[in-house]
Design a protein around this ligand. Structure first.
Ligand SMILES: Cc1cc2nc3c(=O)[nH]c(=O)nc-3n(C[C@H](O)[C@H](O)[C@H](O)COP(=O)(O)OP(=O)(O)OC[C@H]3O[C@@H](n4cnc5c(N)ncnc54)[C@H](O)[C@@H]3O)c2cc1C
Length: 412
């Protein structure tokens, strides 16, 4: 049996879990951490083709990635700054433009492919001597004994019926367990924390589109009754004509769109974005994600705490999911630092409760705003159409309001 005596065990090596491990490791070089990840080790290629899953990183997220030493690598690979965001209603004339000039900043954020963030964080973790990244460890059950955790992965049957040796070997003891294992978190289940769930009955289709015209470093978002469509600018592989597409559509429409061949899909896409970027010349493979909002009723249990999508997952229309997760990481780490400086155990209930108090409001208000947006733009009757078109035009005409909206969105 392989026993690890750790200060922190983090379950889930997605963007949030990796950032959490890196920040704790950088701030506490004498502490030992392990990051336990269900999937086997994969080599992330420094690819010369685009990955369709992207995130719009805010300035606050960039600062976190700078602190852990991953941003330089990300920006050297591919990160597309966007200076403008255009939002408009498909049913009417309401529209709003947010420009970085409104807040005297060089940009509003960066669009980055998920695999570039993951690769940069992984490279950083590999360079940190106090972190161990354990792959093929799918947490299945645990028990606690004398205040220490024993984490048991799923034993997988191999072809000859013998359990995988690695799976048998890993038992981990840790002072604090951090669940960063995504929207269907096992850590959350094992803590018996319930979730408030809303099924949006929508599916997000993502792909990369090559357009006739340059994206002009602008994020384009058109709200239709069937869901929002976003064209997000991608950093050039030789041009400024590639966009990451996120089309959130009612499930039935999404199913139809998935069935189309590439040419027909490109035509639908071009029509849906009102040809703002000219012709959609080609599209990549499409991927789909069912959309559900989830919010954990508590963020912590005895000796364990949730961050990122394990605690909350939201509609991608505002592009805030991973940004909220990165802010969880920053606040949790600040609270751990504060506890350690006062001689408190990081898993002390008061420490975890302070973290939850500082994060719940922000996460809950973003979740509520996304649901309200979805209902407002999903409503077809005249009254609602008038209200949202008037609202968009009012925001567009008010520099003060725009400034407040931009600064609020960038701080997440
Ligand atoms: C279409 C779409 C577009 C989006 N666009 C944006 C955007 O523009 N901006 C933005 O901020 N966010 C965006 N998001 C949201 C963002 O992608 C998520 O919020 C983010 O990926 C969550 O990261 P995470 O690390 O918390 O979870 P995940 O990425 O889900 O990572 C969880 C990790 O845990 C591992 N794991 C799971 N179970 C176990 C287990 N039992 N044991 C061990 N390991 C386990 C998984 O293998 C995985 O590696 C978008 C989401 C979608 C679907």
């Amino acid at each position: 049996m392989n026993r690890h005596r750790l200060d922190f065990a983090i379950v889930g090596a997605g963007m949030v879990g990796m950032a959490q491990a890196a920040l704790l490791a950088v701030r506490h070089p004498n502490m030992r951490l392990a990051l336990l990840e269900a999937s086997p080790e994969t080599t992330v290629q420094q690819s010369d083709s685009y990955e369709p899953r992207v995130v719009a990183l805010t300035q606050a997220s960039r600062e976190l990635l700078e602190e852990v030493g991953a941003w330089e690598d990300i920006s050297a690979q591919r990160a597309c700054p966007y200076v403008e965001m255009r939002v408009w209603d498909a049913d009417g004339t309401g529209s709003v433009r947010f420009n970085s000039r409104d807040v005297q900043l060089p940009n509003l954020g960066h669009i980055v492919e998920n695999n570039i963030i993951v690769a940069a964080l992984r490279a950083r973790l590999e360079a940190l001597p106090n972190v161990e990244l354990v792959n093929s460890f799918r947490l299945e059950s645990w028990w606690r004994d004398c205040g220490l955790w024993h984490l048991q992965p799923r034993g997988e049957q191999s072809d000859d019926g013998v359990e995988g040796l690695r799976e048998q070997a890993e038992i981990v003891q840790t002072r604090l367990l951090i669940g960063a294992d995504g929207a269907r978190s096992k850590v959350r289940d094992l803590l018996r924390i319930r979730c408030q769930e809303t099924d949006y009955h929508q599916t997000a289709l993502v792909c990369v589109a090559r357009c006739e015209k340059s994206h002009r470093h602008t994020a384009w978002q058109r709200f239709m009754q069937s869901g929002p469509l976003a064209f997000l600018p991608m950093a050039g592989l030789g041009d400024d004509n590639h966009c990451a597409v996120v089309w959130s559509a009612d499930d039935s429409l999404a199913r139809e769109l998935l069935m189309l061949d590439d040419q027909a899909f490109a035509l639908n896409l071009e029509k849906a974005i009102e040809s703002r970027l000219g012709k959609v010349e080609s599209v990549s493979e499409r991927f789909s994600f069912p959309l559900r909002a989830r919010h954990a009723e508590r963020y912590h249990g005895p000796g364990a705490v949730l961050v990122g999508d394990a605690a909350h997952s939201i509609h991608p229309l505002a592009g805030q999911g991973v940004n909220l997760g990165f802010q969880d990481v920053r606040v949790l780490t600040d609270e751990i630092d504060r506890a350690l400086s006062r001689g408190l155990e990081p898993a002390h209930t008061s420490v975890l409760a302070r973290y939850e108090r500082r994060r719940r409001g922000d996460n809950a208000s973003t979740l509520k705003a996304m649901s309200a947006f979805k209902s407002l733009f999903g409503a077809g009757d005249l009254h609602w159409r008038w209200l949202r078109n008037t609202g968009l035009s009012m925001v567009d005409a008010s520099p003060m309001l725009k400034k407040r909206i931009i600064l609020r969105a960038m701080a997440v």
